[in-house]
Design a protein around this ligand. Structure first.
Ligand code: DI6
Ligand code: FE
Length: 415
């Protein structure tokens, strides 16, 4: 995958007197460079290293920005969101706090079906309008790349509408958006539990339409006893394969159906949630290079007790990413900083794993590692400048945003 190349007459900017966490693979830990500098030529990174070694040929006539010792990291990537949806579920939350059960809430019109109703009722423009504040919250923390799923339409027109709304966000804000088709999220009530019928009538033809219209970058499904079985998801993955689209999967969130193994066997980009993953599953992910995406916002909101098997993932050598899972039901979270803190405090990830999890590994989970996710020459100049004394502060604080500047494709943007 490539983006427009830089041309030689483009503006050059030198960001100097900075401390860098390059997060480059093989650099060891966070790839820290003290007294560092980054040279940006047009949209791309042309140099990453020490201030002292800056090549004069690169910096002649360049604009200079003194960062006074601030830290630069790769721009965070939110690799799993359901950011586009209609309405909210605050009332349902309130009912739950008052002691209502899920059944009672569903009978009162709550649950995922209420988000489907609200999403179907809105126009594309209204969906965009409701999604913008959530996107802006992510961007305010330096995020430059966001994955957005469909999955609250559950009919072909509404799924396509969600994907168009997600793509439109990238025309309204300086951000890279990747869209994922998730019609296999729930089966609409009218199908009375006929998952196979829904997949044949809606999920597969909708995917073909989305691919024809160039609206989709990847295909996802919800593999769970309350959603779709491995066999049913396989039909969706077959269609993705025919269309040449990469796959990913919500797997092992509430039980172990072997979804992660299925995802790995299909060379999936990622398997997400994974609280109930077993050691075999962790080894399968590692062997396939499928990224394990942890979603602490859903774990927290659902007051889950089953922790994702972080040690098994580490031992197997599986790549681990972190995302918000921003959605109206189980993770109304729009902060990757908080997701990092939760991953450390709830799941036991260390600082290096947290920071790599929202940058390098999140980019890998989207198939974008050649473009973004680390500070390396040739990549898109997507980075965040922070008012911090050490990277641990990004993980340690709760509800505090130390962003100084967000740089997307070489453009400095106000937070
Ligand atoms: N995993 C979840 O927890 C949700 N979707 C998913 O794939 C729930 C979505 C919702 O309740 O709106
Ligand atoms: Fe999700």
């Amino acid at each position: 995958m490539s983006e427009a190349p830089s041309t030689s007459d483009e503006e050059t900017v030198v960001w100097r007197n900075a401390r860098l966490a390059t997060v480059a693979e093989g650099a060891g830990g966070l790839g820290v460079v003290e007294a560092g500098a980054i040279v940006v030529k047009g949209e791309r990174i042309a140099y990453v290293g020490t201030d002292a070694n800056l090549p004069p040929a690169l910096t002649r006539g360049a604009a200079e920005i003194d960062l006074e010792g601030r830290w630069i990291t790769p721009a965070p990537v939110d690799c799993h969101t359901h950011l586009v949806y209609g309405g909210d579920r605050a009332l349902e939350f309130e009912m739950r706090l008052a002691g209502a059960s899920y059944e009672e809430i569903a009978r009162a019109g709550g649950g995922i079906i209420s988000s489907v109703k609200a999403t179907n009722e809105l126009s594309e423009d209204e969906l965009v309008r409701q999604a913008l504040p959530r996107l802006d919250a992510l961007l305010a923390e330096g995020v430059c790349t966001v994955e957005i799923k469909s999955g609250y339409g559950l009919n072909i027109d509404a799924e396509l509408k969600m994907l168009r709304a997600a793509r439109k966000l990238a025309r309204l804000r300086p951000v890279r958006i990747r869209t994922t088709y998730l019609a296999a999220h729930a089966t609409p009530e009218a199908y009375c539990g006929d998952n196979a019928g829904y997949i044949a009538d809606v999920v597969v033809p909708g995917l073909e339409a989305a691919a024809r219209q160039g609206l989709v970058d990847a295909v996802d499904g919800f593999c769970e006893s309350i959603a779709f079985s491995c066999d049913e998801i396989s039909r969706v993955f077959d269609a993705a394969e025919r269309l040449g689209l990469p796959v990913k999967l919500h797997a092992e969130q509430l039980s172990n159906l072997g979804g992660a193994r299925l995802a790995a066997s299909r060379g999936a980009l990622s398997a997400d949630h994974l609280e109930y993953l077993d050691e075999d599953g962790a080894r399968a992910l590692a062997a396939a290079g499928t990224v394990a995406v942890l979603l602490p916002g859903a774990f927290y909101t659902l007051r889950e007790k089953q922790l994702p098997p972080v040690r098994a993932l580490r031992d197997a050598g599986a790549p681990i990413a972190i995302a918000t899972d921003c959605n109206p039901g189980t993770s109304p979270l729009t902060s990757l900083l908080l997701a990092m803190n939760m991953s450390a405090t709830l799941f036991g990830l260390n600082v290096d794993e947290c920071l790599a999890g929202v940058t390098r590994e999140a980019a890998r989970a989207l198939g974008l590692l050649s473009i973004t996710g680390t500070l390396e020459v040739g990549k898109s100049a997507d980075f965040a400048v922070w008012d911090i004394a050490r990277p641990a502060e990004l993980v340690y604080r709760i509800g505090f945003n130390p962003l100084h500047a967000r740089i997307f494709r070489g453009q400095r943007l106000t937070p």
